[in-house]
Ligand binder design. Structure first.
Ligand SMILES: NC(=O)c1ccc[n+]([C@@H]2O[C@H](COP(=O)([O-])OP(=O)(O)OC[C@H]3O[C@@H](n4cnc5c(N)ncnc54)[C@H](O)[C@@H]3O)[C@@H](O)[C@H]2O)c1
Length: 384
């Protein structure tokens, strides 16, 4: 039985998603903070959370909260993670960790000194078959990796009338499609293969240099059923899509295609990893099957069935074969790993969830990708 209490900061798409996942693993959600007391109150009532915080200081001062989940827009992550650690709280932060490498580097140092557990919600690692892919590579079944390719594509920002805080550099960061979804892919393939990206060559594109901003706030993804309302033009400097060539530290080559403007692709992350013995292909829109390619025998289609998985894959699968596990389950598994880690009390133990150091590496990657795009050519990723 988990005895820790969590506070959720942010009440948009992610706040309720975190709340639901925490309840599934028996963590008590003590309170929630929105952008103002009205949003806090509304979210607390809707989600049946006991405490609607008035402001951020009240969260920091709450002696009954041990863990803070940061689910606010990106520009707030650094300050909130820093102040949360200073107040003695464990921190589970949404990605990306910060707006730039100076901030994320400082957070890594603070986290190390704090003696607290910190994690970043790269939840997509926790699909059972992603874990299984990691097992196949680490156990040598896939062989030496020579290529890692794939994409992460969505369509929710296809039209110039689609708008969200993410499209503004001052809210989300200098890169958008790369930082918002590309980093999920980059985190995932590096987690599976243990190969680190060392250099990038990027070519990004802004499809809509001007977007129509509704007068009033827009929640993530709610824009899919948009009502016509008054808008104003806003200039956009963040990319809608783009390609990145990749070099990995073991000599493997790769490429990533990201897009938030590909019609019909709702939320589609795909990877194909080629090794000396086999290849692995997985698609987040059919997450309960993984294709395993062979040269000398028929290919396999592995279904997510705990009975067919290794201990690693099985650790993230809670339902029998044929009972699909998907996006919300990946949060549950990520948070379970995080809270079990706190309970175990060993900060030196390896962690399956992404650390602040992993988050810092992702920011350095975003910086290198942006630099490559603006200056042209290959850019080495700064060591983290
Ligand atoms: N891991 C994932 O799969 C995933 C998916 C979506 C978003 N995210 C990340 O989660 C974060 C939030 O994204 P979202 O899609 O939920 O955004 P959102 O706009 O839907 O929600 C953000 C919430 O934060 C609130 N907020 C703003 N300023 C605040 C403040 N000062 N104090 C408290 N609350 C404040 C807003 O009112 C809103 O309720 C982003 O960093 C994003 O990158 C991760």
């Amino acid at each position: 039985m988990n005895t820790m209490n969590a506070a959720i900061i942010g009440a948009g798409f992610m706040g309720p998603t975190h709340t639901e996942a925490l309840r599934r693993i028996g963590v008590h959600v003590r309170g929630i903070l929105g952008v103002d007391p009205t949003e806090s109150k509304k979210a607390a009532a809707t989600l049946a959370i006991p405490q609607a915080y008035q402001d951020w200081q009240e969260v920091l001062d709450d002696p009954d909260v041990q863990v803070i989940h940061i689910t606010t827009p990106n520009r707030l992550h650094y300050q909130m993670a820093k102040q949360g650690l200073q107040a003695g709280k464990h921190i589970l932060c949404e990605k990306p960790l910060a707006m730039n490498a100076r901030e994320s580097g400082e957070l890594v140092e603070l986290a190390q000194k704090s003696g607290l557990v910190t994690g970043l919600n790269y939840n997509m690692r926790f699909y059972p078959l992603v874990m299984e892919a990691r097992h196949k590579v680490s156990s040598g079944q896939t062989g030496e990796i020579h290529a890692i390719v794939g994409s992460y594509v969505q369509d929710w920002l296809l039209f110039p009338t689609d708008y969200n805080w993410r499209v503004l550099a001052q809210e989300g960061g200098a890169t958008r499609a790369i930082s918002d979804i590309g980093t999920h892919w980059l985190d995932m393939v590096q987690y599976i293969t243990a190969c680190k990206v060392t250099a990038v060559c990027a070519d990004l594109k802004i499809v809509h240099p001007v977007r129509k901003r509704p007068k009033g706030e827009v929640e993530t993804f709610s824009g899919k059923v948009q009502e016509v309302q008054a808008t104003e033009n806003v200039e956009i400097t963040t990319e809608d899509c783009g390609t990145v060539l990749l070099r990995f530290d073991n000599g493997a080559k790769g490429h990533l295609w990201v897009s938030q403007v590909t019609a019909g692709r709702k939320n589609c992350l795909r990877f194909e990893i080629s090794g000396a013995k086999q290849a692995l292909y997985w698609n987040s829109e059919t997450p309960n099957e993984m294709w395993i390619g062979s040269r000398e025998k028929a290919n396999d289609l592995l279904l997510k069935d705990p009975g067919l998985l290794s201990d690693t894959g099985r650790s993230a699968a809670n339902y029998p074969g044929g009972h699909n596990e998907g996006y919300p389950d990946s949060f549950k598994q990520c948070f379970k790993a995080f809270y079990d880690y706190i309970a175990a009390g060993d900060l030196e133990a390896p962690r399956s969830f992404a650390s602040f150091a992993d988050g810092h590496h992702e920011i350095l990657l975003c910086d290198a990708i942006y630099q490559s795009h603006t200056q042209g050519g290959w850019v080495e990723v700064e060591p983290s």
